[in-house]
Design a protein around this ligand. Structure first.
Ligand SMILES: Nc1ncnc2c1ncn2[C@@H]1O[C@H](COP(=O)(O)OP(=O)(O)OP(=O)(O)O)[C@@H](O)[C@H]1O
Ligand SMILES: [Mg+2]
Length: 241
C-alpha cells in the first residue's frame, strides 16, 4: 500500500565530482520495516546513503520521503526525521552513556521534558543502556557501544533510521545480538535502511532486500521471496551448485 511507503529512491545517480559511483539505484523503505542494502565492496552502498541523508547531491533520479521530493539540506532532513548513523560511528568514550544520548537530542532543539521522554523510550528498548547510564561509554563492550550510537540517533526521534554497517568490527556472536536489537526497533514503527556485510544475518531480519552492483540495483524484493541463489548470483555473477 502506497501509504506505507516512507522512502522511495528511483533511478538515483550520484558520485564525487566527475566520478560517477551510483548510476541507477532504486529501493523502497516502508514504515515499520527493514530494507537491507547489499553489495560488494565499492558497489556504492555508502554513497547511496549519503545521497539520502543529503551529504551527496543526486545528479539524476528521484528521492521521495513521506510522499514528497527530498531536497532539503542535511540538517533539515534530520529535522524531517531522517537519522543517519555513519559507518564506523564512534561514541564519546569519556562521556557517560546518558551524556552521549543527550548529545543526540540537543541538536534537534527538543525541550527538556521531550528529551527525558526520548531517553525513557531508548532505555526501554535497550535496558543495558539504562543499567550503565552513569558509566563512561568506554566501559561498555563494542556491541553495547554500537547500541549507544543507535540510541544517540534515536534521540532525534527519526521516522527513518539509516545504518551503515553497524556490526563492523564486532565478533559474530555480537553481530547476531546487534541484529536482534535492530529488529526490535521495528516495533516502534520506524523504517530502517540497513547496510551490512553479513548477508545471512541481515537478510534474516529484513523485510526487503536490495542488491546493487557497480552502482546499479540488480535485485530488489521481499526477503521472503529472494533466494540464496539469487543473492549469490548478484554478488558473484554465477548461481551456486
Ligand atoms: N569521498 C570520496 N571521493 C571519491 N570517491 C569516493 C569517495 N567515497 C567513495 N568513493 C568511491 O566510490 C565508490 C563506491 O564507494 P562506496 O563507499 O559507496 O561503496 P560501498 O558499497 O559502501 O563499499 P564498502 O562495502 O567498502 O563500504 C568506490 O569506488 C570508492 O572508491
Ligand atoms: Mg560503505
Amino acid at each position: 500500500m502506497a501509504a506505507d511507503i516512507l522512502l522511495e529512491v528511483e533511478h538515483l545517480a550520484t558520485g564525487y565530482g566527475d566520478l560517477k559511483v551510483v548510476r541507477d539505484v532504486s529501493l523502497t523503505v516502508r514504515n515499520g520495516e527493514i530494507t537491507v542494502l547489499l553489495g560488494r565492496n565499492g558497489a556504492g552502498k555508502t554513497t547511496t546513503l549519503r545521497a539520502i541523508s543529503g551529504l551527496n547531491r543526486a545528479t539524476s533520479g528521484a528521492l521521495r520521503y513521506r510522499g514528497r521530493p527530498l531536497d532539503a539540506p542535511v540538517h533539515k532532513r534530520v529535522a524531517q526525521g531522517i537519522s543517519y548513523v555513519q559507518e564506523g560511528k564512534r561514541v564519546f568514550h569519556e562521556l557517560t552513556v546518558e551524556q552521549n544520548l543527550l548529545l543526540g537530542g540537543f541538536s534537534t532543539g527538543q525541550r527538556r521534558h521531550a528529551l527525558a521522554g526520548a531517553l525513557d523510550e531508548i532505555y526501554a528498548l535497550f535496558p543495558i543502556l539504562k543499567q550503565k547510564r552513569a558509566l563512561a561509554a568506554a566501559s561498555m563492550s563494542g556491541g553495547q557501544q554500537q547500541m549507544l550510537a543507535i540510541g544517540q540517533a534515536l534521540m532525534a526521534r527519526p521516522k527513518l533510521l539509516i545504518l551503515d554497517e553497524p556490526s563492523q568490527g564486532l565478533a559474530p556472536v555480537i553481530v547476531k545480538e546487534v541484529m536482534e536489537q535492530i529488529h526490535a526497533l521495528k516495533s516502534t514503527g520506524l523504517g530502517i535502511l540497513l547496510i551490512e556485510q553479513g548477508v545471512n544475518e541481515s537478510v534474516a531480519i529484513a523485510d526487503q532486500v536490495t542488491i546493487i552492483e557497480m552502482g546499479r540495483t540488480v535485485l530488489s524484493g521481499p526477503s521472503s521471496e529472494v533466494t540464496a541463489e539469487q543473492i549469490q548470483q548478484a554478488y558473484f555473477g554465477s548461481a551456486v551448485g
